[in-house]
Design a protein around this ligand. Structure first.
Ligand code: NAD
Ligand code: TYD
Length: 381
């Protein structure tokens, strides 16, 4: 254990974003021990990490972040000097049906992890020196922005992610780090609460914390209840594509590996007690992104153009559906030099190809329990 330079717990490493973070750190830093702590809920899948599971600097521990005693014991056992905290319940629709689980995991789980880190680090002679608690959050805590331009306007800034054919913004305001929190869904309310606890541990106890708020991620290994993998899979199986409301809501999309790269940079170079927004100025109306997905899947499957358009099915809107998210990430770009590496069109092509090439990964998830859940989501809409 002691041959490693750093010992970092990544929580939620078997989930979508966490698995990309674990992969990046395990491969890039052979002198760091990466301890993936994950409860393996429905969203956790060790198949996401097959390519790194044998690496000598990788360890998996199945545990619940709400279990304070176990978290404290892990801190001591692995001599932990860093925590990158991604474990959470993450799906808005589930939070509408079952808010308690979200409060438990996202709020109480984060608190239990903070308290375990505090107790362990304060017991050491060097205390918080060289330690870091990095909490991964979402832009959804800021609430919804106004959607003032339904046709889209040229955004004031651009990045590689937004440099393709579609380069539009749907309003003049963006989320910045000082935007007031205004969460609307039980998911975003629980994430907001956890963010406040993290900042409180810095302000009250001096814990070296960092919080980042990222826009919607897409890419390989995303659980297929989220828009992009769900729709790719449904197109492949010629199932309806349930578009909430009129499909007018706007989301700001970032390729997951670009988020993982940002996490790496911020973990190492971010300033303690700071917040960084992560996003690529890449806003899309749901209906437009859905058309891009349909077109890409049809082309890659050899279907004629327009073949799957008929699968689009407008359904009852999500309750409290936030109209528009759009991140201003200039602070991160200026202070730490991060930029998205991929144009959105490249990212979507890579993503669709990955899901089509990894049908077995998808089938393993979409059979059994998931199928029952998915049907229940739509039976009472
Ligand atoms: P995910 O649902 O794919 O994965 C969550 C992981 O956490 C799973 O592996 C699950 O098993 C684990 N987990 C859940 N409850 C746990 C518990 N009590 N103890 C231990 N492990 C537990 O989520 P994701 O999309 O990868 O999101 C990861 C983090 O990033 C979350 O904190 C989320 O709020 C945040 N985030 C996500 C997005 C996005 O677009 N997906 C955007 C911004 C921020
Ligand atoms: P989602 O992937 O659930 O992410 P989030 O709610 O965190 O933004 O949804 C992205 C957008 O797509 C959101 O505006 C809701 C919409 N959506 C649909 O229209 N149909 C669907 O089946 C899903 C899952 C989402």
């Amino acid at each position: 254990m002691n041959e490693f330079k750093k010992h970092i717990i990544v929580t939620g490493g078997a989930g979508f974003i966490g698995s990309h973070v674990v992969r990046l750190f395990v491969n890039k830093y052979p002198d760091y021990q990466i301890i993936n702590v994950d409860k393996l809920t429905y969203a956790g899948n060790l198949a996401n990490l097959r390519d790194v599971e044998e690496k000598p600097n990788y360890t998996f521990v199945k545990a619940d972040i709400c279990d304070f005693e176990t978290m404290l014991q892990l801190m001591r056992q692995y001599n932990v000097d860093g925590v990158i905290h991604l474990a959470a319940e993450s799906h808005v629709d589930r939070s509408i049906k079952d808010p308690f689980t979200f409060a438990k995991t996202n709020v109480m789980g984060t608190l239990s992890l903070l308290q375990a880190a505090k107790q362990y680090w304060e017991s050491l002679p060097e205390k918080y020196d060289g330690k870091r608690f990095y909490h991964i959050s979402t832009d959804e805590v800021y609430g919804a922005l106004e959607l003032t331009h339904s046709q889209g306007i040229t955004p004031p800034f651009s990045t590689k992610a937004s440099s393709g054919s579609h380069h539009e913004a749907y309003g003049e305001t963006f989320f910045v780090e000082s935007t007031k929190y205004d969460p609307h869904s039980p998911y975003s309310a629980s994430k907001a609460s956890s963010d406040h606890f993290v900042r409180a541990y810095h302000d009250t106890y001096g814990m070296p914390t960092i919080v980042t708020n990222c826009s919607n991620n897409y890419g390989p290994y995303q659980f297929p209840e989220k828009l992009i993998p769900l729709f790719i899979n449904n197109i492949r199986h010629r199932k309806p594509l349930p578009v909430y409301g009129k499909g007018e809501n706007v989301r700001d999309w970032l390729f997951v590996e670009d988020h993982a790269r940002a996490i790496d940079i911020i973990y190492h170079n971010g300033k303690v007690a700071e917040t960084y927004n992560i996003g690529g100025f890449n806003e899309w109306k749901n209906i437009d992104i859905i058309k891009v997905i349909i077109k890409t899947v049809d082309r890659l499957l050899g279907n004629p153009e327009g073949y799957s358009d008929e699968l689009i099915t407008f359904v009852t809107d999500r309750a409290g559906h936030d109209l528009r998210y759009a991140i201003d990430s200039r602070k991160l770009q200026k202070e730490l030099g991060w930029e998205p590496s991929l144009q959105f069109e490249e990212g979507i092509e890579k993503t669709v190809l990955w899901y089509l090439d990894n049908q077995e990964w998808m089938d393993n998830i979409t059979s059994g329990e998931y199928e029952k859940y998915y049907e229940s989501m739509y039976s009472n809409r």
